[in-house]
Design a protein around this ligand. Structure first.
Ligand SMILES: Cc1ncc(COP(=O)(O)O)c(C=O)c1O
Length: 453
């Protein structure tokens, strides 16, 4: 590997491995990401050399947590996993039935439409009209996606030239970052902090980054902070981006899981220069079905279609049938919302009973909880793994990028409200019963460690 060169998305040769190894224990590959020399130097058969794109992914931070959870389970602890953002609620029956019928109706399972069947696109347009009062042309302004993750990941490929900038929320959904890196763009994370009410602080984005930016990702409502931008916030964001010729890519995967009032869409304030990424995964408990859509500026939807016809072959017809059934029903969505609200309030009651900091999201399926002093987020999530609690929560710093030494996730943990209600009840009871003893033990251990010579 000596002499192998890594390219900076800006086009400049950033680092020569052999040189970098001489220099110290760390090597910079791409924006804000560091790789240990051991990781970079691990011997590989030359033909197995991963691409610099794969290398940019770094290591999987959750592996350590997975190992810990396995150890606890092996020791007989009944772990409640608040770490995974995958709903445990079954997909509604009307959706499953429509899917089953669809399998027989499309007995000849040819390639489906690349961009989505006309009746699926119509169902999306009708839903958008009912939900937001926004009327879309199904042919020009909507296209089907295989869930939203692939569309989010691929979109920068349709837009970026080498080294152009993409502004991403930090913390945020990882494919904004990985998709940009794979498209050889440069990621500029903008922090979402309590000081700015977890809204994008656009004035704080450096002018030189904004000047090179092509895409501004927003998540509305935002995961994991649970902050739901208002219509006025969205209008302000769109205006800022339009003035700088930047596309607004709005990920609205959690739009239906609001707690106070329906989350607005960026489509209510603009269409020009705007593209929305939507999904039925969370709204209709369909993560395993892989279906969603993009909607917005027809020129952007068109670019997405051009890209997609070269990547995959459309959403299977029986899945589109299931999606049409899901879009036609709001009863199950109300039930899903009520289920999350109940889990959220049960956990918050336990937090209050234990004197733990509160988290009060507007929307999503997450609690972004500040950790109690004096613990770091990693320490607090470890404390939750005490066998008397057996609760898995994710350290916020694992979900955020460190930029200039600052990590906006530091000091937070994420609770995904996804375990079944009886498990959430069990978790809340364990907190109420054992948290103070677990806390006392952790504090006395800290005191002993400090006192040790
Ligand atoms: C913010 C956000 N956007 C998009 C997605 C992707 O959802 P899917 O690919 O299942 O549509 C997720 C999934 O967890 C998410 O958290």
């Amino acid at each position: 590997m000596a002499g192998m060169q890594y390219k900076h998305p800006g086009g400049a040769v950033k680092a020569d491995l052999a040189e970098a190894f001489k220099g110290g224990s760390k090597l910079e590959l791409w924006h804000g990401r560091w790789y240990s020399v051991a990781e970079a130097q691990a011997p590989v058969e030359a033909r197995m050399n991963p691409s610099s794109r794969i290398r940019s992914l770094g290591s999987y931070p959750f592996a350590r947590l997975d190992a810990e959870v396995t150890r606890l389970r092996d020791a007989g602890v009944d772990v409640v996993d608040f770490g995974v953002g995958d709903p445990s609620t079954p997909t509604p029956e009307i959706v499953r039935e429509a899917c089953k019928r669809g399998v027989d109706e499309h007995a000849a399972a040819g390639y489906p439409s690349y961009v989505g069947r006309a009746d699926y696109l119509r169902a999306v347009a009708d839903w958008t009209e009912r939900r937001y009062g926004v009327s879309l042309d199904p042919k020009r302004e909507i296209a089907a996606t295989i869930g939203s993750k692939e569309a989010v990941f691929h979109f920068p490929e349709a837009i970026l030239e080498l080294g152009e900038v993409v502004l991403v929320p930090n913390p945020g959904y990882p494919p904004y970052v990985t998709g940009t890196r794979f498209a050889e763009g440069e990621v500029c994370p903008y922090p979402l902090t309590a000081a700015n009410d977890f809204l994008p602080d656009l004035a704080a984005i450096p002018q030189e980054d904004a000047a090179r930016a092509r895409i501004l990702w927003i998540t509305a409502p935002h995961s994991p902070t649970g902050r739901q931008p208002s219509r006025a916030d969205l209008a302000r964001i769109v205006e800022w981006a339009a003035a700088r010729d930047i596309i607004v890519a709005s990920d609205e995967a959690y739009s239906e899981l609001w707690f106070r009032e329906p989350a607005p869409s960026v489509l209510e304030v603009a269409r020009e220069g705007v593209i929305v990424f939507q999904s039925l995964s969370k709204r209709s408990c369909m993560t395993g079905y892989r279906v969603g859509w993009v909607a917005g500026d027809p020129r952007l939807v068109d670019l997405h279609k051009k890209l997609k016809t070269n990547i995959d072959s459309g959403v299977p017809n029986f899945i589109q049938d299931a999606a049409i059934a899901a879009l036609g029903d709001e009863v199950h969505v109300e039930e899903t919302r009520a289920g999350y609200a109940h889990r959220k309030e049960r956990l918050r009651a336990a937090f209050r009973a234990c004197g733990l900091p509160d988290a009060d999201p507007d929307a999503t399926i997450y609690l972004w909880q500040p950790v109690p002093k004096p613990f770091t987020d990693e320490e607090f999530s470890r404390l939750m793994l005490d066998p008397r609690l057996g609760l898995v929560v994710l350290p916020g710093s694992w979900m955020s990028e460190t930029v200039d030494g600052e990590n906006p996730g530091r000091g937070y943990v994420r609770w995904a409200l996804t375990p079944p209600e009886d498990q959430v009840e069990e978790a809340a009871l364990r907190l109420e019963e054992h948290y103070s003893a677990v806390l006392a033990k952790a504090l006395s251990k800290r005191a002993d460690q400090k006192a040790a010579p």
